[in-house]
Design a protein around this ligand. Sequence first.
Ligand SMILES: C=C(OP(=O)(O)O)C(=O)O
Ligand SMILES: [Mg+2]
Length: 401
Amino acid sequence: MTLITDVRLRRILDSRGNPTVEADVVTESGGFGRAAAPSGASTGEYEAVERPPGEAIAAAREHAVPRLVGEVYAGNQRDVDAALHAADGTDDFSEIGANSAVAISMAAAKAGADVLGAPLFQHLGGTFRGDDFPIPLGNVVGGGEHAADATDIQEFLAAPVGAPSVADAVFANAAVHDAVADLLAERGVPCGKGDEGAWAPSIDDSEAFEIVDEAVSLVEDEVGFNIGFGLDVAGAELYDSDSETYEYSDRSRDTDEQIAYIADLVDEYDLVYVEDPLDEDDYDAFADLTDEVGDRTLICGDDLFVTNTDRLVEGIDHGAANSILIKPNQIGTLTDAFDAIELATRNGYDSVVSHRSGETEDTTIAHLAVATDAPFIKTGTVGGERTAKLNELIRIADDAT
Ligand SMILES: C=C(OP(=O)(O)O)C(=O)O
Ligand SMILES: [Mg+2]
């Protein structure tokens, strides 16, 4: 029933106005799935390779489509993804492009679910998946590679860890986003938004800490549950490998100073989550920081692990973190993303399923997070391509309970 009979690929727009790859997968019995690849701006050096969409589509049509159509069942995700790897023939999807691969992988999963008449999270997670829902981490102030002339730290995140439901958490993050706007206006700071819909004011990091801390407390008082504070430092973007220092607008920090700075921030702001506090090549520095504060906050590897099980194994050996960011397009298939989550869970690491800064209306990551019982999802706070995922989470929770 789920034998793939057609795969169509096209260029569509992403949220930055750039082209990206969309895939349609059709099965023998009329099952249909459609998915689109997201795209990063602060990409990790070790990510699978995203090719220009036109090239990725041409290469996938030549190499991948013939291995799928009439050959593979969309209901068997491991076979679909093995065919994509075989068609590509490299270890980083540099032939067909991770953008073509991930779009086809996710579209096939949706086609499989369609034939089975099951929601995607149920198809992917199976009947024995747990009944927890991920806590959404919401980017409320941002800079780095996502906005010009804004904060050095890439993302200041609201983390509504005490929310009684997904919907309460989603609305709390939106309320923090709103409160930040009011506080910025009170201070006379004009600002627009960055790529992910977070406010991108021209202020320094210390002012951003003050404002987000106050906004979180105000909303916490309103909603009556605990809202934590998190960061994506995107340390690899700040790191200068020649001087071996982290370059902030107002000063440089060497690696020891960076570790001390982050550890102080964890204590001062009760941070519940810190992503990529250090450079993507520095497992040892990650391990030192995790040793210092890993008992009271999540130290999450994004550019460090790039959803790659080999890099995660290395991190586990070093004690480098206690959490991993999961971005399917960093590795190219849902199977690889699942394997990374499974390995992480077995080793006591929390998984955070994540959007990219360049997104589409695709909602696959909401289903992936629920299917795998991931404790967190990071998918923005406001903006159509972000609310697509957040609203899907609310619908999934509504349907499943
Ligand atoms: C979502 C992120 O940004 P990008 O997609 O630009 O890598 C991130 O760094 O976590
Ligand atoms: Mg990141």
